[in-house]
Design a protein around this ligand. Structure first.
Ligand code: NAD
Length: 349
């Protein structure tokens, strides 16, 4: 295996691994390891160039530093990318070679599933390295979606209190874009809390199910962001808040599960300027990484995970409070608070 360390300013370690025998061409990036080993998934994608792969792994590993820090778990930010088409080029041999690459970093990086990678792939990786999270063991871990939904529900409660002065979600209206694994579980929690639901999805069967089970009103995905509701909850793909859609937004709160809800970073300030309270996506949807963190630490129990997920509510409340005090957008405040957690970790080390 050819191993080449790439010097990247601001990153703890970035290494490219090339293995001619298996076709592996991977980059592992550890952005920050102050709080603990870099932890984040591995993505398999047919990047057009090595530069594109490097840009992606840098962006993603940096994002994990912030997500893990505010998730309250002792891990830094890390990520891996494999340059290959997951459908046609990925092989068990390639994944095994990737496992050796992870192992060679001696625990500086823990890997997990991301797009283009299956649970089976990670079992192969686990065959050669123990630095893998998300391997299903008896009564530990498992499907993160219900946990993610719980975190989003707790976040919505905190946002409703801060922006709408509501102590309960009774009769609060929520439009959910995307009623998949997380969105449907979120509907159940919100319905149980007495919220009124509006749902949209490209999958008609899911919409029908939400209408039948929760008495939700159905709208088209295009109309969902403009629904006349208190809260807009993006639970489909990223980028739903952009310079066009923001003009149609009527809700006073944006709080959902999707990753990268803001298409461009300036949307953070734009939402703030319109008086919309935004629950930063990486804070409200952190239940999955919290679960993975507890798995690695060997302290995973459902009770412990639930306790930590419920802390997402108070964590968001403190972000909202600082935003109100300083007049600065919530996304910027979340980043600042994550950096404070890391700085405190440096002092304690
Ligand atoms: P999912 O695939 O189960 O559900 C997504 C739903 O969105 C599907 O029902 C799909 O039909 C719908 N959808 C896709 N494109 C759409 C569009 N253009 N308009 C309307 N609906 C559309 O995925 P999920 O696991 O529920 O995750 C939802 C989001 O939350 C994703 O962005 C994911 O990255 C993020 N997330 C999920 C978890 C988790 O634990 N599953 C954790 C963190 C973040």
């Amino acid at each position: 295996m050819n191993v080449e360390e790439i010097a990247v300013d601001g990153w703890r370690k970035v290494v490219r691994f090339k293995d001619a025998g298996t076709g592996l061409d991977a980059i592992i990036a550890v952005h920050d390891a102050t709080l603990g080993p870099g932890c984040g998934g591995c993505r398999v994608r047919p990047y057009a160039t090595v530069e594109a792969a490097l840009d992606d792994v840098k962006r993603l590993s940096r994002g994990m530093t912030f997500k893990n820090a505010l998730g309250g778990i002792p891990f830094g930010g890390g990520k891996a990318v494999i340059i290959a088409d997951p459908k046609t080029q990925k092989t068990p041999e390639m994944m095994r070679a990737f496992g050796h690459a992870v192992e060679s970093l001696g625990g500086l990086y823990y890997t997990a599933e991301d797009s283009g990678v299956t649970e089976h792939d990670m079992e192969i990786v686990h065959g050669v390295t123990r630095y893998v999270a998300g391997i299903r063991e008896k009564d530990v871990g498992g499907n993160p979606s219900p946990f993610t939904a719980r975190g989003v529900w707790r976040g919505i409660e905190a946002a409703a209190k801060a922006r709408l002065a509501r102590d309960s979600l009774k009769d609060v209206s929520v439009a959910i874009l995307g009623v998949g694994a997380v969105g449907m579980a979120l509907c159940q929690l919100l319905h149980d809390a007495g919220a009124k639901l509006v749902v949209a999805d490209i999958n008609e069967a899911s919409v029908k199910e939400a209408v039948q089970r929760f008495g939700a009103s159905a709208v088209s995905p295009e109309d969902c962001i403009g629904a006349d509701v208190d809260i807009f909850s993006p639970c489909a793909l990223g980028g739903s808040i952009n310079k066009d859609s923001i003009e149609r937004l009527k809700a006073k709160i944006v709080a959902g599960a999707a990753n990268n809800q803001l298409l461009t970073p300036d949307m953070d300030a734009a939402l703030h300027a319109r008086g919309v309270l935004y629950a930063p996506d990486y804070v409200i949807n952190a239940a999955g990484v919290i679960s993975v963190g507890l798995e690695i630490l060997g302290t995973w129990t459902e009770a412990e995970l639930t306790r930590r997920i419920d802390a997402i509510g108070p964590r968001l409340a403190s972000i909202f409070e600082r935003s109100a005090q300083t007049g600065r957008p919530t996304g910027a405040i979340a980043d600042e608070m994550a950096l404070e957690v890391i700085a405190n970790g440096k002092k304690a080390a």
